[in-house]
Write a protein that binds this ligand. Structure first.
Ligand SMILES: *[C@@H]1O[C@H](CO)[C@@H](O)[C@H](O)[C@H]1NC(C)=O
Ligand SMILES: *[C@@H]1O[C@H](CO)[C@@H](O)[C@H](O)[C@H]1NC(C)=O
Length: 121
């Protein structure tokens, strides 16, 4: 397989008010390697749920995984911990890795944070 650069751009989405969330802005990665995107926020510790989404050029935005520090990560169908390992060690930070990158993994990856007590988005 030919090696090439894969672009992952990380954008922000915050389900609460759109501010105070920071994320790795743009990554250029070689095919076959992995890329880790970090997300952190400065909201209070009750915003301890983190969602990761991705939007590929030909698809709408899809949720990959829902993470917290206190329950197991919940992957959506079609996404696995093997390909998309995530970390969530505390309320304010988290990361998503995409393993074994292929060209068709190029896209925009979003993280979102929400409050523990929220019933949904
Ligand atoms: C993400 O955070 C980890 C741990 O702090 C750091 O080692 C890594 O370089 C960060 N990655 C990016 C793309 O900023
Ligand atoms: C990307 O390509 C691989 C290998 O052809 C395939 O298994 C995978 O489902 C594709 N992913 C998407 C999002 O189309």
């Amino acid at each position: 397989m030919t090696a090439g650069l894969i672009t992952l751009s990380a954008a922000l989405l915050c389900l609460i008010d759109g501010s105070d969330v920071t994320q790795t802005p743009l990554l250029w990665v070689m095919e076959g390697q992995s890329a880790t995107m970090n997300c952190s926020h400065t909201k209070d510790h009750s915003h301890d749920q983190m969602y990761w989404y991705r939007q590929l050029p030909e698809e709408g935005m899809k949720q990959i995984v829902f993470t917290t520090a206190y329950i197991d990560h919940q992957y959506e169908s079609g996404f696995s911990a093997d390909k998309f390992p995530a970390t969530k060690k505390d309320a304010l930070t988290g990361s998503l890795t995409v393993e074994r990158l292929l060209f068709n993994d190029s896209g925009v990856y979003f993280c979102a944070v929400s409050k523990h007590s929220d019933t949904g988005d």
